[in-house]
Ligand binder design. Structure first.
Ligand SMILES: O=C(O)c1cc(C(=O)O)c2c(n1)C(=O)C(=O)c1cc(C(=O)O)[nH]c1-2
Length: 246
């Protein structure tokens, strides 16, 4: 039988999900940050991750569209501004494209998403669908992986700058803004979840939502690892598949 936890016990449970399942533990990230990948593999990571970046504002707009609480909408819309900017040429998506361009990838190829791995696209879409279809509380809770992102972002930036001569501070500038944005967003979402998860079932549901989101992130790295590290099975049509496609 599940029992009602205090808000602080719930937070501790959520943190233990992150400690066990967040994507900082994935071997692909360890290779990426440790300098063990070649330029082609880093390109594949950036190109695939563009799909995630592009989907984030869609899932945030979906969440905003689902709530009749003006306070929640007002707070959450900052996320749209962070990713889309307030004018063309601003925002996180453009900064991600600076990274892919810095890696020598064609912008149209990246934004078309046609050369991304099928599993990346499916995982990202599962996140958007989750936020559209599940109760609002779970939709908010699914963003809580951001509680853990500042640590991995710091490790990634330091590791990639130290280990790859084709990476510069400028190409990684996307992550600078995230170091302020992610804690702000995560603090709000965590406070919201702690206040609104008032029954044992709701508490279990928000823990499961965070687990689901860890799976979304993990599945993307599994796909990258399978295609570009071991056993190196690139799906037909994806980036790097035989010469005729690349
Ligand atoms: O670099 C990372 O490891 C990482 C992780 C996450 C995350 O934990 O979901 C996000 C981001 N970055 C990120 O840049 C970002 O904009 C973002 C938005 C969200 C979300 O769920 O709303 N997660 C993340």
């Amino acid at each position: 039988m599940t029992v009602l936890m205090s808000a602080d016990e719930l937070e501790a449970e959520l943190r233990s999900v992150g400690a066990a399942r967040y994507h900082n533990r994935h071997p692909f990230h360890q290779l990426l940050h440790g300098g063990a990948l070649n330029r082609r593999q880093v390109q594949a990571w950036a190109l695939n991750r563009y799909c995630y970046q592009a989907a984030i504002p869609i899932k945030d707009a979906t969440l905003i569209a689902r709530t009749d609480d003006p306070d929640l909408r007002r707070l959450w819309r900052q996320r749209l501004i962070d990713h889309d900017g307030t004018a063309p040429g601003e925002g996180g998506i453009v900064r991600w494209l600076a990274l892919t361009e810095g890696l020598g990838l064609d912008r149209d190829m990246v934004t078309s998403r046609t050369r991304a791995l099928p599993a990346t696209r499916f995982a990202v879409q599962a996140y958007v669908d989750f936020v559209r279809d599940r109760p609002l509380l779970e939709a908010v809770a699914s963003s809580l992986t951001e509680m853990f992102s500042p640590t991995i972002i710091s490790e990634r930036v330091a590791g990639m700058l130290a280990n790859y001569n084709f990476i510069t501070k400028e190409t990684l500038s996307y992550f600078n803004a995230r170091l302020d944005q992610a804690p702000r967003d995560a603090d709000f979402a965590l406070d919201y979840v702690k206040r609104h998860a008032r029954t044992p079932d709701q508490q279990q549901a928000v823990i499961a939502a965070l687990g689901f989101k860890c799976d979304v992130l993990w599945a993307q790295l599994d796909a990258l690892h399978h295609a570009y590290v071991m056993p190196g099975m690139i799906p037909p049509g994806a980036f790097g598949y035989r010469d005729t496609w690349s």
